[in-house]
Design a protein around this ligand. Structure first.
Ligand code: NAI
Ligand code: 15L
Length: 268
């Protein structure tokens, strides 16, 4: 049966704040968790993903988890390790112990960030393209996807790993014209991921129906996702303001764009 009570981790973050508003109209009752206090939500669980007892209590009785919590940019490996790698493991263990059957996992384009972006006329990037992280951050998302697969194979916990492009109210760069996931489409995709039947472990790219999309939305659409937005309405202004990425730059070459070279480690 369709999930009703959902734990939303990372509820104080950018996407979490948007989803707190946009998911309840689909009929969900949200329980919120974040290590930071969640503005205007006195009932939110304030806990670190390192706190296994708190996680177990937080998942008790929910039908599903939308797992957004974690470090969302490149950082020192030890920090990524604690929040994203150990933290995601702790969350899945809590889900297993409490019998939660479905997780929607925030993966990222940076799990495949060093993949060349398609040039005009080339096929879009398929969902089964090999992992090719661009950062320790992206590597932690690869781990999350593999953990999700393991928990499906070992324990029958279903996951949709959503490789989110760029989920912000508006696109703000030329690269984001390809990557943008509008907040309303994000809610549509999370809802589809929560309600689709028999997902096993499914990897889906998360973007709107962008004219300039670089990747294949077929697995997302197969879940029932029907994106309604297209970044193209912002294109003229963004291209005029920012100019096209320099030929041969990371933003020009790779799905992960500037993450591939920031911080600089070796010349590309
Ligand atoms: P954000 O950084 O705004 O929010 C992340 C939240 O997780 C924060 O509120 C933070 O306090 C919380 N958090 C961090 N470490 C924690 C810990 N140890 N225990 C408990 N809570 C912790 O990130 P945003 O943009 O909202 O992204 C949400 C998720 O989606 C992240 O997992 C991110 O990696 C992923 N994502 C986001 C994209 C985007 O365009 N916004 C693109 C691709 C992936
Ligand atoms: C991500 O994974 C980040 O969490 C988000 O802040 C954006 O930088 C996004 O990718 C992006 O690639 O634009």
């Amino acid at each position: 049966s369709a999930p009703r009570t959902v734990l939303l981790t990372g509820a104080a973050g950018g996407v979490g704040t948007l989803m707190r508003e946009l998911l309840p109209p689909y009929g969900y009752e949200l329980r919120l968790l974040d290590v930071a206090p969640v503005q205007g939500a006195p009932d939110a669980v304030v806990a670190d993903l390192a706190d296994r007892t708190a996680l177990r209590e937080a998942v008790r009785g929910v039908d599903a988890v939308v797992h957004l919590a974690g470090i969302s940019l490149e950082a020192d490996f030890d920090k990524i390790m604690a929040a994203n790698i150990a933290g995601t493991y702790n969350l899945y263990e809590a889900a297993r112990e409490e019998g939660v059957r479905r997780v929607v996992l925030a993966s990222s384009n940076h799990a495949v960030g060093f993949t060349r972006r398609p040039r005009e006329g080339e096929p879009v990037v398929p969902v089964d393209t090999p992992h090719r992280p661009d950062t320790f951050y992206g590597l932690s998302k690869c781990f999350g996807e593999d953990l999700a697969q393991l928990y499906w194979d070992l324990h029958g916990i279903e996951t949709v790993s959503v490789r989110i492009g760029s989920c912000f109210p508006e696109p703000t760069s030329v690269r984001m014209l390809s990557m943008w996931l509008s907040p309303a489409d994000c809610a549509r995709l999370l809802h589809a991921s929560l309600t689709a039947e028999s997902v096993g472990h499914t990897v889906a790219y998360g973007s709107s129906a962008n004219t300039r999309a670089w990747w294949d939305l077929s697995t997302a659409r197969a879940l029932g996702y029907d994106p309604q937005d297209d970044s193209e309405v912002y294109a003229e202004k963004i291209v005029a303001d920012k100019g096209l990425p320099e030929e041969g730059s990371a933003d020009d070459l790779y799905l992960g764009g500037h993450f591939c070279v920031d911080p600089p480690r070796w010349p590309h």
